[in-house]
Every structure is written in structure tokens, then in C-alpha cells.
Ligand binder design. Structure first.
Ligand code: SGN
Ligand code: CA
Length: 514
């Protein structure tokens, strides 16, 4: 891989800081699940307010162009941990992936550099976590109510309460009892706001009087985009968004494909809470059944229910970001800690008529990224350079003054965080590759690149379609320009850039992928 010129000066700065006896920064990496920038007020245009997330961005930095390498939980986590694209870290999809924990990972390298390493919450990589001094994880996707946790001895136990709160409790408990002589990196991985969007009891009725605006592309009919037509993540479709499972319109005797799973999640609640839960949802069900919406009205109804549930779960998440940042301030850790808030990918909040993620279209290719910076990192405000989740590993190593192995594919963000001029030194295109098909939601396999103003995507496997978008003129990616003679030059240029990145990252693309 090409060496970047600025690594040397940055490393020597970190080494210099250590030589002067300055403590290396701690790192608190908070990652939620399926939380998207459209539902964060610091990104603008959010229908709900997220004051604690906003406070991080206001005092620190907000990345406007932050992307994932593969828009799905396990793969995204593997990219973050290794600093490498999916074809290099081996975890390409949730369905068949088992993370090879014997490979080089950033937590292992941080530990070698003298950091204490801890992980709390969702893991989703199947194999036992490696490289952590301490971990306590939830099995698979985890449960919102009275969740099960797995401790380092492999034993499972149930904790009473709401997962988002418990995850924060455990993160704080670990920080309290850590070795205070050493710097630390703590990974706080929330399940929130993943499907099935079950709210904390105190927020059961929150947002119920709010009508959420419809995104401009809510009625997209997916013209010119074959993979978009073939997906199974449409709000309108009863198969994709289940009225019982997703929208909680249920009365005893009702059934659907996912009904039993819905009941198994809610039945984890203690009896009193279960009663309160069903009292509220029964009233919604009764109103629905009295006057059942159909057609367009049903699609809108499902969207409103989806938005309200997602917003409730986001509210608890935001509260807990506040609890964690308050703790860091009270414990005197704030000034020397990097606090990262991000998600494992973005999400569709009704754009194109969808929920879920997977596609390389902006809403799910993007992931929110905001940071509170430790002392010595002067940059503030919005950052427009294109960054990707493979960049976190080299960034943390760089901040710790540890060497960045040659085979890491991401770039350290330290020059950006120090406010250095990176013109001509930053990447001009981002690479993406999604593999999970055939699978739930039926998003076809695809890879592609995004530059500042263009995007080129190739959908492959059981289809073969190229798409090309002018992101400046068509930010919603509705007009596929691929193959149009007037854009031939642009198309050729994008193909060239795509080949260059596939060579740089050494992606065997579809020819060798099972
Ligand atoms: C579950 C969800 C899907 C979701 C995947 C992946 N279905 O399978 O809707 O796309 O997780 O999400 S559910 O019926 O179990 O809710 S990921 O974020 O973990 O990758
Ligand atoms: Ca996710």
C-alpha cells in the first residue's frame, strides 16, 4: 500500500509528547447500531433533538463525509477493528461470517502499546473477542429488555433493565475500577437503535403526538435502478415491514411470519412493565383496527409508527451519551480523552420508501461521526474530507504513538484532527463492497466508488447493472446516468478510479468471492 507522507511527522509528535511526560490520550469509542445522521440534530434536518450528541459535535468536530466500507453490522465492526476492507479481514457478511480473532487487530496493537482495552455491549462477530483486557458482550443482536450478557469466562447471565442503560452502567463501572496509571481504550457498543426498536418504558408514549415529515424520495418508484426494485426493505411491503413485528399492531390470536419473535422480545419484560407495554400498544391496535388504513394511508401509517419507535430508542441512546460524557467530566478524564460517537452504518428513514441499510446510496453508505478531541488536537467544527471506518484503527494507533502496520488500509485522521492542511494529500475516492446476498432484505451484491461529486456502482452476482450518479445535481440518486453518451468521459474516468482503488486495496472482486 502507498505510504502517506504525513505519518512520519505525526508519529514523531506523539513520541515527543510521551518524551515530555504528557499522558497519552484515553479513547472512548461509542458505536451505536443502525443510528443514522438524519436522526441527529447536529447534522441538521433531524425531526428529533439529540442534545448530548450535539454537545460532542459543538465542542469538537463533525464529519460531513463519513462512510463505511460495507454497510452491515459484523462487516463494519471487522473493518473498524482491523483497519482493512472486508476481503482482507475475511468477515464479508453476517450470515456466514466468523471473525478470525487470531489476525492482527487494533485492540491487540493498542494493548501492545501499553493501553488497557475493554469492550462492552454488542459484538456480533461470532468468535470470542480477542485483544481485550476486559469484555462483557451480548449474544448476537442482544435484547433490549432484561438482556443476557456473556462474561469473559463464557458464562451467560441476565441483567434487569434496559440494555442501553446497562451498557453505559457497565462502561462506567469498568472505568472506575481500571488501572488508573495506564491510558485506556474503551469500546461501548450499543444495540440501540437496531430493529425491533423497542423503547425504554419511560419513553413508551414519547413522540406519540408528533407527525414526522415524509422524505422527498418516500414515493420513489426505483426507475432505472434494477437492484433498488428487487430489494425487500420497503416500508409499504407487508413482507418486508411486518405490521406486528415492526409496527407492534398486535392483538391475541393475530399471527404473522415474525409475530412469535416479537412476543418473545416483549415477554422478557417483568410482569408489571409487560402490562404497561401492552396497555399502550393495545390502544394503538384498537384504534388501527377500528379504522384500518389501506394503500397509501397504510404506508404512511407504518412510516409514522416506525419513526416514533426509532425516535424513542434514539432518545434513550442520547441520554446515555450524556451520562457517559458527564462521567468523563466528573472523573477528570474529559480533557485528555478522545470521545468518538459513530454507528456501524447509516439507515433509511423512509428515503426511497425504505428502512434498513446495505446499499451504497448515501443514507446507508454514510455513517454519523462526531468527536470530542483531547488536548493537543485543535481542530473544531465541520470536516468535509471523505473518511471511512477503516480509518479508526490507524487513527487510534497514531494518537497512542504506536506504529501503524503497513498492511492497514485506512488512513490516520490525526492530520485532520490537528487542523493540518491536507490539500492534495487526502484521498479523492472512497471504496465500498457489499456481499450479503442472497439474504434478508435482498440487496444485491455490489461494489463501487464515490468521489466528491460522483458515484459509480456495479451490482453483480445474479444481476449485472452499473449505476452512475451526479451527486451535486442529483443528491438523492434518482437518475442513473450510466451509459448515457454525454457522460461517457466521466464514466471512463470513474472506471479508471475504481480500478485504481481495487488494485490499491487488492480486492479480487466478484471473480473469487463465494
Ligand atoms: C436482523 C434484522 C434485519 C437486519 C439484520 C442485520 N432482522 O437480521 O432487519 O438487516 O439484522 O442488521 S430482524 O428480524 O432480526 O430484526 S445488522 O445491523 O446487525 O447488520
Ligand atoms: Ca447495524
Amino acid at each position: 500500500m502507498k505510504k502517506f507522507l504525513y505519518l512520519l511527522p505525526t508519529l514523531s509528535l506523539a513520541a515527543e509528547a510521551m518524551a515530555q511526560g504528557q499522558q497519552r490520550p484515553n479513547i472512548v469509542y461509542i458505536m451505536s447500531d443502525d443510528h443514522t445522521a438524519q436522526m441527529m440534530s447536529c447534522y441538521g434536518h433531524s425531526p428529533i433533538s439529540t442534545p448530548h450528541m450535539d454537545a460532542i459535535a459543538e465542542g469538537g468536530v463533525l464529519f460531513n463525509n463519513s462512510f463505511v466500507a460495507n454497510s452491515l453490522s459484523g462487516p463494519s465492526r471487522a473493518c473498524m477493528l482491523t483497519g482493512k476492507h472486508s476481503h482482507k479481514n475475511g468477515f464479508t457478511n453476517n450470515e456466514h461470517g466468523i471473525f478470525d480473532g487470531s489476525q492482527q487487530t487494533m485492540p491487540k496493537l493498542m494493548r501492545q502499546a501499553g493501553y488497557q482495552t475493554a469492550l462492552i455491549g454488542k459484538w456480533h462477530l461470532v468468535s470470542t473477542p480477542t485483544g481485550f483486557d476486559h469484555f462483557e458482550i451480548v449474544p448476537g443482536q442482544g435484547d433490549y429488555y432484561n438482556p443476557t450478557f456473556i462474561t469473559m469466562d463464557g458464562k451467560e447471565h441476565i441483567e434487569k433493565g434496559y440494555l442501553t442503560n446497562i451498557t453505559t452502567d457497565k462502561a462506567i463501572e469498568w472505568m472506575e475500577q481500571r488501572d488508573k496509571e495506564k491510558p485506556f481504550i474503551l469500546f461501548v457498543h450499543h444495540k440501540a437503535v437496531h430493529r425491533d426498536w423497542l423503547p425504554e418504558m419511560k419513553y413508551l408514549r414519547l413522540y406519540e403526538d408528533q407527525t414526522f415529515p415524509y422524505p422527498e424520495t418516500f414515493h420513489d418508484a426505483w426507475g432505472g435502478r434494477k437492484a433498488a426494485r428487487l430489494q425487500e426493505m420497503s416500508i409499504a411491503s407487508p413482507h418486508d415491514m411486518d405490521l406486528i413485528y415492526d409496527n407492534k399492531i398486535y392483538s391475541p390470536g393475530d399471527t404473522s411470519r415474525l409475530c412469535e419473535r416479537y412476543l418473545s422480545y416483549v415477554n422478557r419484560l417483568d410482569e408489571a412493565d409487560r402490562k404497561t407495554y401492552f396497555e399502550f400498544h393495545d390502544s394503538l391496535t384498537a384504534a388501527f383496527k377500528k379504522n384500518p388504513p389501506v394503500g397509501q394511508a397504510l404506508k404512511e401509517y407504518k412510516y409514522q409508527r416506525y419513526m416514533r419507535d426509532y425516535a424513542k430508542v434514539t432518545r434513550s441512546l442520547d441520554d446515555n451519551i450524556g451520562r457517559l460524557t458527564d462521567y468523563l467530566k466528573e472523573a477528570g478524564l474529559w480533557d485528555n480523552t478522545l470521545v468518538v460517537y459513530t454507528s456501524d452504518q447509516g439507515f433509511y428513514m423512509g428515503e426511497h420508501g425504505w428502512f434498513d441499510k446495505r446499499f451504497m446510496y448515501e443514507e446507508s453508505f454514510n455513517t454519523p461521526l462526531i468527536m470530542h478531541l483531547p488536548r493537543g488536537y485543535e481542530r473544531r467544527g465541520n470536516i468535509d474530507e471523505m473518511v471511512q471506518n477503516i480509518d479508526y484503527a490507524p487513527t487510534f494507533l497514531d494518537m497512542a504513538g504506536a506504529p501503524i502496520p503497513e498492511d492497514i488500509q485506512g488512513q490516520s485522521l490525526v492530520p485532520l484532527l490537528k487542523g493540518e492542511k491536507v490539500i492534495g494529500r487526502w484521498r479523492d475516492a472512497i471504496y465500498y463492497h457489499f456481499y450479503e446476498y442472497p439474504a434478508e432484505h435482498s440487496a444485491r451484491r455490489h461494489y463501487g466508488i464515490r468521489t466528491k461529486s460522483w458515484k459509480l456502482i456495479h451490482f453483480y452476482n445474479d444481476i449485472d447493472q452499473w449505476e452512475m450518479y451526479d451527486l451535486e445535481k442529483d443528491p438523492h440518486e434518482l437518475h442513473n446516468l450510466y451509459g448515457q453518451p454525454r457522460y461517457a468521459k466521466q464514466q471512463k474516468q470513474l472506471h479508471k478510479q475504481l480500478r485504481r482503488l481495487q488494485k490499491q486495496y487488492d480486492d479480487p472482486i466478484e471473480s473469487q468471492i463465494k
